[in-house]
Design a protein around this ligand. Structure first.
Ligand SMILES: [Zn+2]
Length: 212
């Protein structure tokens, strides 16, 4: 458990140091071996998370110790409830992803263009969700409505949320999302070619990605 606490703080610090989330934005959670959860506290900065102060929940969802959890907890809970493979969830406010969510004419069911095989491999299809007020439990309801079919969602005007089999896997995937959004913006208006559907299907088959 000590090891998991430290891993979460090291990952968060790395994301913060590279500008992938700023101020007190961003939150991260992970399943503990006893079926509970560790969650970053409300108002905490990814640059200064304290392993000893992470919020801890038991397997019944009761807050056991540590600081009060992030107010975006409903997002995390919804992924754990609907995706059996989710052992960690991370949410950031990265600039390129948010910028891409502001553009008109978005495909909500397949928001992130399949520009690289890695984006398909790590994320599958990314669902765009509408604008919610911070901390609105309806965010969790929107994720539940996907019934576990997506590992990654993008909250419009806000930021992505990604579930993974481990904290490292979730963080790698959300970095892939931000890197792909950056490519999409760099090539916006240039007529950039996304991968063709056959290539997307081959990547998904080879790496066992559920395209939902
Ligand atoms: Zn947020």
């Amino acid at each position: 458990m000590t090891d998991l606490r430290e891993r979460l703080c090291i990952l968060a610090r790395s994301l913060y140091d590279r500008g992938l989330t700023h101020g007190s934005t961003g939150n991260i959670s992970a399943r503990t071996p006893d079926g509970g959860l560790l969650v970053s506290p409300t108002g905490s900065s990814f640059g200064r998370l304290d392993p000893a102060r992470l919020s801890r929940f038991d397997d019944a969802g009761n807050h056991v110790d540590g600081d009060p959890p992030t107010k975006e907890m409903p997002l995390h809970a919804a992924f754990y409830e609907t995706r059996g493979t989710a052992n960690a969830v991370v949410h950031l406010h990265p600039a390129h992803s948010v910028a891409l969510s502001l553009l008109p004419a978005q495909d909500e069911a397949d928001w992130l263009p399949a520009l690289t095989p890695y984006a398909v491999m790590k994320l599958g299809r990314v669902q765009l969700l509408p604008v919610f007020l911070p901390g609105d439990p309806a965010m969790g309801d929107a994720v539940r409505g996907l019934a576990g079919r997506r590992s990654a969602v993008m909250l419009a005007h806000h930021g992505p949320v990604v579930a993974g089999s481990s904290p490292e896997a979730a963080c790698d995937a959300i970095e892939e999302l931000e890197a792909t959004a950056r490519l999409a913006l760099l090539t916006h208006g240039m007529g950039a070619r996304a991968l063709d559907p056959q290539t997307v299907a081959r990547v998904a088959a080879k790496f066992d990605v559920d395209l939902g």
